[in-house]
Design a binder for this molecule. Structure first.
Ligand SMILES: *[C@@H]1O[C@H](CO)[C@@H](O)[C@H](O)[C@H]1NC(C)=O
Ligand SMILES: *[C@@H]1O[C@H](CO)[C@@H](O)[C@H](O)[C@H]1NC(C)=O
Ligand SMILES: *[C@@H]1O[C@H](CO)[C@@H](O)[C@H](O)[C@H]1NC(C)=O
Ligand SMILES: *[C@@H]1O[C@H](CO)[C@@H](O)[C@H](O)[C@H]1NC(C)=O
Ligand SMILES: *[C@@H]1O[C@H](CO)[C@@H](O)[C@H](O)[C@H]1NC(C)=O
Ligand SMILES: *[C@@H]1O[C@H](CO)[C@@H](O)[C@H](O)[C@H]1NC(C)=O
Ligand SMILES: *[C@@H]1O[C@H](CO)[C@@H](O)[C@H](O)[C@H]1NC(C)=O
Ligand SMILES: *[C@@H]1O[C@H](CO)[C@@H](O)[C@H](O)[C@H]1NC(C)=O
Length: 502
């Protein structure tokens, strides 16, 4: 959830608290009392894992550091998802500090890590911008009001991605102090990551016009879900290109200047392709090697029948695997201790079959909540039809008479059943407006002439009769998809009669 918000800086003591929160992550904190002002450096210097240059950026924009941290975390989570079946699975990301981007330098895996964390930072900052959470950036309204060629106009809050791109770029590139091979590679890949965010922005539109006729449309750009960006970067990981470093001579000797393709030294890698310098045999990720930061695949769960990288032969690197039988725990014999008789009665039993090739030799079953809350509503409506009139009884005590228990008004020796609905006061007929009791009455209510239920006009209008209105419903119909990418519809209309109580 959004933990990405401005830090309000106050109080010397609180600085440590804030820094501690940042270390632990995932805690929403809002500090709101005002004491002596403190310098941003006091917060930034306490955040672990920042390079000196990153500390400077933090001091310039202390309100953003939480957003950036969330971006790294989102990037790490997405990395773990995309590589959950691979030998290398991003498991070191975020372990030492929230700003951790560890992978073996120069590898394709390092390229992916840089790209996804950089994209994550653009993502969280841009999202915070368009939600109005940051003071430096808002929506991008540059095009607002302009017509597009496809017949809609720009409106709404288009996400302003440039601010996030700028900050992500500065922050991620400030990781390393030396201008070396790895710096050049990281800079390339983090830029590729940011470019993918831009590439994957999606157009969202809203229809306008009388009763949703969609005679005009306004559209704006929003961020996609992060998964879309992760998926695209995984594709780019598979087609990553090998690069080399070109040096330039200076007075201090040759220094790394830019990247070229390994296959054609006159060509620079293009964007958004991912670039790597070091071909690491995937087999390297099999065995634990702490100096290199490789955890190995021992104890990883593999799939005997799988077709992917997580199949046992591949994931276990030929070392074989152990089979463990385990019992899946499911909830059973559930008891409700709180509220909700009706909910309890709508619980459903669900079962799963086991046994050789689904023979269903054994079954395990469990209770689950009803598939739709409507079921609870329907049951309660039934109960409402049979509601019982009750009366409160008082018992005497040293403290005087007090309401103590309910009995049926038809039989004072009987208490209402636990599942019965009960009332103590008869209802008004709800026909006429009664401002005092906040009853709106049924005048102007839409009723149904042929219905046999409560919405029948005679019943609902309480004998006052009804007016007939003719309305024309306009709607979009015969929609066709046009390449690429918009939908064109015809406008259809339909005459309908509507009855409203007098
Ligand atoms: C913006 O701030 C609000 C309230 O402080 C918070 O609930 C929300 O999650 C924040 N949104 C983002 C994207 O950080
Ligand atoms: C970010 O924006 C600042 C101020 O607008 C500008 O000076 C700087 O060059 C930008 N940095 C990058 C990496 O785009
Ligand atoms: C290398 O790239 C250049 C242009 O970028 C191109 O003209 C040249 O044909 C390429 N050489 C090879 C061997 O592919
Ligand atoms: C770890 O990797 C390094 C570099 O490849 C190698 O020299 C070292 O022997 C490895 N250590 C172990 C325990 O395998
Ligand atoms: C990733 O690999 C490590 C080391 O083998 C393992 O401990 C961890 O559970 C794995 N993570 C996932 C999500 O499978
Ligand atoms: C193993 O792989 C098969 C085939 O891809 C798949 O149907 C099955 O769900 C996988 N099992 C697990 C536990 O992931
Ligand atoms: C797992 O359960 C199966 C079937 O009950 C049994 O044949 C097998 O020996 C068990 N394996 C282990 C490792 O306990
Ligand atoms: C009116 O009631 C009838 C009978 O219950 C039903 O078929 C019809 O759809 C209802 N009309 C409207 C507009 O709800």
């Amino acid at each position: 959830m959004g933990i990405c918000q401005a830090i309000v800086m106050i109080g010397l003591l609180l600085a440590t608290v804030i820094a501690n929160h940042l270390m632990k992550a995932n805690k929403l904190f809002v500090v709101s009392s005002v004491a002596t002002e403190i310098r941003p450096s006091m917060i930034c210097s306490r955040i672990p894992g920042l390079s000196p240059k990153q500390k400077n950026i933090c001091e310039e924009h202390p309100e953003l550091i939480n957003c950036i941290r969330e971006g790294y975390q989102k990037g790490a989570d997405e990395c773990k998802f995309q590589f959950r079946k691979n030998r290398w699975n991003c498991s070191l990301l975020g372990q030492i500090s929230a700003f951790d981007d560890r992978a073996i330098p120069g590898t394709k895996e390092a390229a992916f890590t840089q790209a996804i964390t950089s994209a994550g930072v653009v993502y969280t900052i841009s999202r915070a911008c368009s939600m109005g959470n940051l003071s430096e950036c808002h929506c991008d309204r540059k095009s607002t009001g302009k017509e597009s060629k496809r017949g809609w106009s720009w409106g709404g809050c288009s996400v302003d991605i440039n601010y996030g791109i700028n900050l992500s770029s500065r922050f991620v590139n400030a990781r390393r102090n030396r201008h070396d091979d790895i710096f050049l590679m990281d800079r390339h890949n983090s830029k590729a990551g940011r470019q993918v965010v831009k590439e994957k922005l999606v157009l969202q539109c809203k229809c306008h016009g009388i009763s949703g006729a969609c005679s005009t449309r306004t559209c704006w750009k929003t961020l996609p879900i992060l998964r879309v960006i992760g998926k695209r970067l995984k594709e780019l990981y598979h087609s990553a290109i090998r690069v080399e470093v070109m040096m330039t001579d200076t007075k201090e000797g040759p220094i790394p200047e830019y990247l070229v393709l390994g296959s054609n030294k006159t060509k620079k890698p293009d964007f958004p392709s991912l670039a790597y310098m070091r071909e690491l045999n995937d087999y390297m990720y099999c065995m634990r090697n702490e100096t290199m930061g490789i955890l190995g695949t021992k104890n990883r769960i593999c799939n005997i029948t799988g077709h992917w990288k997580d199949r046992c032969n591949s994931l276990c690197c030929g070392r074989g695997y152990d089979t463990h039988n385990f019992t899946e725990k499911s909830q059973c014999k559930c008891k409700f201790h709180w509220c909700c008789e009706a909910l309890k009665e709508t619980l459903e039993i669900q079962c799963r079959c086991h046994g050789t090739s689904q023979s269903c030799a054994t079954r395990t079953c469990w209770q689950s909540l009803p598939s739709s809350f409507r079921k609870v509503g329907l049951l309660l409506k039934e109960r409402y039809e049979k509601i019982v009139l009750v009366k409160p009884n008082k018992i005497s005590s040293h403290y005087g008479k007090r309401d103590a228990y309910l009995t049926l008004s038809s039989d004072i020796f009987k208490k209402p059943l636990q599942r019965e609905l009960a009332y103590i006061k008869s209802s008004p007929n709800y026909c006429d407006r009664d401002a005092q009791n906040r009853i709106p009455g049924t005048t102007e209510r839409v009723c149904n002439r042929t219905s046999t239920e409560e919405d029948n006009c005679k019943l609902l209008c309480c004998g006052r009769g009804y007016n007939t209105h003719e309305i024309v419903r306009r709607y979009r119909c015969r929609c066709k998809f046009h390449w690429c990418c918009y939908v064109k519809c015809n406008k259809c209309k339909e005459r309908m009669e509507v009855f409203k109580c007098k």
